[in-house]
Structure formats: C-alpha cells, structure tokens
Write a protein that binds this ligand. Sequence first.
Ligand code: NDP
Length: 332
Amino acid sequence: MKEIRLAARPVGWPTAETFEIAEAPVPEPGPGQVLIRNVYISVDPYMRGRMNDVKSYMPPFKIGEPLDGGAVGEVVASNAESVPVGAYVVHALGWREFAVVDAARARVVDPAAAPTLSAYLGLLGMTGLTAYVGLLDIAQFREGDTVFVSGAAGAVGSVVGQIARLRGAKRVIGSAGSAEKVRHLTADLGFDAAFDYKQAPVREQLKAAAPDGVDVYFDNVGGDHLEAAISTMNKYGRIAMCGAIAQYNDVTAPSAPRNLASTIGKEINLRGFLVGNHSHRMPEFIAEVGGWLREGRLTARETVVDGLENAPEAFLGLLRGENTGKMVVKVG
Ligand code: NDP
C-alpha cells in the first residue's frame, strides 16, 4: 500500500521534496483493533508546525515515517465487536491507504447522514467543530455582534461566518485571498461584506467594511489581520485566536500586530484554544449545525484532490490558498 512520509524538514515553505511517496505492507489488526481502508484524508494547516522539530501541543513528525492526520474510511477487517466490517469510521491515521487503529480510537459515522463522507472531516468534523467552539465558547458570540473572520473562504472560516449569520449577527465580514472567494462569501454564504486582503491594506478594507466597528474577531491568519482587527475592535471586543497561517512558513518573528497594547484600553479579551480539548461540544455542534445543513440553511464547499499520491501537492496548495472550503484528498 501507498503511504506519504516526511522526507525532510522544510525551512520556510515546504516543497515536493518535503514528502516521499512510499510502499509499505498492509498492516494486520491485533486484538481489539480494526483495519481501515481510507476513503478521504484531511489536509490541514497545523501539519506545517509538526514538520518542524520543535516542542508543541502535538509531537513533530519524524523523518522517514508516515505523516498522520484525520481520515475517514471503511472497516475491512475487525477484531472488535463494537466496530464491525463495513462500518465507516473517523480516525487519526490518514496519509496512507490502510490503517490499523484500536477500535476505541475509531468513531463510527453514518454515511447516509452527511452529504458526502468527507463532510465528517470538514463541516461535520474537526474544522466545523473548531468554528462552533471558537465562535460561541471562546469568543462568546452574542446576537447583535458584528463579526469579522479571516481565512473566511476556508474550512473553518466559511463555517464561522455562517454560524454567526444564523445565530443573529448584526453584520458578518470576511477576508479571503481572491476575487472569486470574495464573491463566494457574499453570494453563496450570506456574508454581509467581504474583501480581498491582497488588494489593499487589511486595516483600510476592514474599516470600510465595518463602519460601526467589530465586536468579535475570529483569527485564522494572525499578523496584519490581527493588527487590523485590534484597531477596528469595539470596547470589550472578543478575539478567538484560532490560527496564524500567515506566519507558519516564516523564518523570522512576525512584525505585526504592533498595537497589542491597545487591547488594554479597549478591555479586549483575546483567547487561544485547541479544538482537541473541546470534543465534549460535539453533540450540541452536530445537533445545531447538522440541523441547519438538513434545512438547507448552511452550505460548505470542499476542494477534493484525487489520489493519495497527490496529497503533498494538496498540502502545498492549501498553504498557497488553492482551496475553497475544506481541503481533502480522495484516496482511491
Ligand atoms: P483553510 O481551509 O482556511 O485553508 C488555509 C487557507 O489559508 C488558504 O486557503 C488561504 O486562503 C489562507 N492563507 C494562506 N496563507 C495566508 C496568508 N499569508 N494570509 C492570509 N490567508 C492565508 O484551513 P482551515 O480552515 O483548516 O484552518 C484555518 C485556520 O484555523 C488555520 O490557521 C489553522 O491552523 C487553524 N485551525 C486551528 C484549530 C485549533 O484548534 N485552534 C483547528 C483547526 C484549524 P486565501 O486564499 O484566503 O489566502
């Protein structure tokens, strides 16, 4: 079977040489384990951090060993009654064609309850939950808030904006990296305003889009986006620190935000979070977001790359902004 390994640690931007496509034997499940044929694997920005040899909230990938990450697949052999052959499961051993996991670490999902199986990696999975928890629990969103989200056409951002709209935001503003993404935000996802951050300074464009200021900023980008949000923020604003993708490939310390001290006078609450520590919110999240999905009140585009061998290119494409909505790879 094919698997994708880390060939070399990137300095700055990763390249095709960062990855190795290798052959490995199909593993055998032991007692209490299942063998899964992966159908979709998740492609996520946080993987860039794991390519560095630094201590973080997740261990670094090892050179010469397969990468891992979220995946959804079909159980093809089982030594566990709770997870029978034919079940579809979400688990954490992506980036390979077949995976063996303990049954306790495989979450059974219903393919009929989702528009596509891949939705369990995006809208109804990790990135959807990130949007839900970040907006409602971390940023303490309230009806009538004006919300700004960066990376708004991506997996997390596109769901943040729609939850804010459906929960009664006064105004939802998004930033993204192309004219087509900006159009998608306002025309398809119901954002009130959107702008292309590559066309003019974020601070200017955000001020124009939010004449009454911003109450909640959901930060996927960091840097000049965070600086602009702080300067546009209303008193007692709340910022969910979700990601900082603008600096994941940087080799020097970020030059923005330069105005962090103004959060004191505005009494702004900035709070970071890791979705992995909020899985207890899964039932409420699935009930509410799944309900909106069934009623057709919320939608989520996906960017699907075909073939495990193209997963490295999908990852590089994610960092370059080639995805709209969740980036996944269809394995076989
Ligand atoms: P996305 O689907 O948003 O894909 C990444 C996007 O980032 C690209 O499409 C690109 O869109 C944008 N981007 C790339 N470089 C830059 C840049 N320099 N400035 C601005 N935008 C850029 O990924 P996810 O939705 O999966 O993740 C979004 C963020 O959330 C990431 O920062 C990620 O690390 C974080 N995250 C955090 C979690 C947590 O638990 N805290 C969990 C999951 C994700 P564009 O064309 O608009 O530039």
